[in-house]
Design a protein around this ligand. Structure first.
Ligand code: CAA
Length: 385
């Protein structure tokens, strides 16, 4: 049951401190090299390391497992500030926090938490979440990667596609089919470490946007995975992926919100500087109306994103609110960044002014962690169930 009553959007001193710390880091450390990294498709390795030191890589994990012990709203506030500047760093942060760390924290054994969650949440290493395959994107139950039960271990074979943190991750959470006859109830999630025999990282994808993020296919050929590396009971893998993605969608919604808000801030600044027809373009009503629409949509997206975070923090069902936040915020990000390029005119079409990158980056938020069409499907099912 979702309720808007009682949702408190008042930010505490701690929330404001997290937001300010993320903003300072984004402006001081991410901004200087963001254009170069986009051009060179260079992963922000040093910057991500620093994000770990600042506590941004395991924000919602208890300090006993290496995290910062904060709530989802803090995570969303930090994601927004990071993604105002660098959505590539943002996705590495989001996958590590809300898919890998959350999944291990929620469903992992004590041994798995000690061995994997601690270094992941403290940012010493980063992780990847491996669900998508060449023929299983939206249709995620159609897993072709297999995890054959060999008694004391699984033997994994198959290919995963479009994996964020594909090369830089040390630990991967891999969904694989053990009992085909049980369909999605025969899928397991296995923790697989890099460097194992038969585990090969494929070529880096040459992407339209988030070009500095590290996206690869991963190939598994007779990779031996001990049974103790399975998360949850036998056949829990698909449920694991779905419940983890519910929270992941809040992270991507916050990323989309950040991209939109970043493009908006740059646009406001530009309209006060750029002159046309004898006055700044901010004095032209055509531009004023664009700014008004941009701000209104961003504010509406922000409310949905904060509400989804609040639902999760309050222990309420957040399947629908997360899907609504991601659907709306990603569509707003695409629309706002396109308008931002339009406001900047010719300058908006060149790299130096950032907004063309933001427009390219916005597109992926409508695709990964469930396309806009999948979010509509999730929302409709919640309405009609
Ligand atoms: N939360 C919890 N459980 C869910 C769920 C959700 N949001 N959606 C589905 N499930 C459960 C169902 O309850 C069902 O479980 P039971 O059999 O126990 O009842 C099971 O999953 C199968 O669901 P359906 O019968 O509804 O299966 P379907 O094939 O009709 O639909 C789907 C499933 C919702 C379309 C699902 O495949 C889906 O979400 N697809 C999108 C996948 C996705 O988001 N991929 C993102 C890749 S990861 C990524 O992008 C990370 C990155 O690197 C940035």
């Amino acid at each position: 049951m979702h309720t808007i009553e009682g949702v408190n959007f008042q930010l505490s001193e701690e929330h404001l401190a997290v937001r300010d710390a993320a903003r300072d880091f984004a402006q001081n450390d991410l901004l200087p090299g963001v254009i170069e990294r986009d051009i060179q498709t260079k992963f922000p390795k040093e910057e991500i390391k620093k994000m770990g030191e600042l506590g941004f890589m395991g924000m919602m994990i208890d300090p006993q497992y290496g995290g910062s012990g904060m709530d989802t709203l803090s995570y969303v506030l930090a994601m927004e500030e990071i993604c105002k500047v660098d959505a590539s760093a943002g996705v590495a942060m989001s996958v590590n926090n809300s898919l890998v760390c959350y999944g291990l924290n929620q469903y992992g054994t004590e041994e798995q938490k000690q061995k994997y969650l601690k270094p992941l949440a403290s940012g010493q290493i980063i992780g990847a979440f491996c669900l998508s395959e060449p023929e299983a994107g939206s249709d995620a139950t159609s897993q072709k990667t297999t995890a054959e039960d060999m008694g004391d271990h699984y033997l994994v074979n198959g290919t995963k596609n479009w994996i964020t943190n594909g090369e830089t991750s040390s630990v991967c959470l891999v969904m694989a089919q053990t009992h085909v006859e049980l369909k999605h109830k025969g899928i397991n999630c296995l923790i697989i470490e890099k460097g194992q025999d038969g585990f090969v990282v494929g070529k880096k994808e040459d992407k339209m946007g988030i070009r500095a993020s590290d996206t690869h296919s991963l190939m598994f050929s007779d990779v031996k995975v001990p049974k103790e590396n399975r998360i949850g009971p036998e056949g829990f893998g698909f449920k694991f992926a779905m419940t983890t993605l519910n929270g992941g969608r809040i992270g991507i919604a916050a990323q989309a919100l950040g991209i939109a808000a970043g493009a908006f801030e740059l646009s406001v600044k530009y309209t006060k500087e750029r002159k046309a027809f004898g006055k700044t373009i901010s004095e032209h009503q055509a531009i004023q109306f664009k700014l008004a629409d941009m701000k209104t949509k961003i504010e509406a997206a922000r409310l949905l994103v904060y509400k989804a975070a609040r639902d999760k923090d309050a222990g309420l069902d957040y399947v629908e609110s997360a899907a609504m936040a991601k659907l709306f915020a990603s569509e707003v990000a695409m629309w706002v960044t396109t308008e931002a390029v339009q406001i900047h005119g010719g300058y908006g079409y060149v790299r130096e002014f950032h907004v063309e990158r933001m427009m390219r980056d916005a597109k992926i938020t409508q695709i990964y962690e469930g396309t806009s069409e999948i979010q509509r499907m999730v929302i409709a099912r919640e309405i009609l169930k």
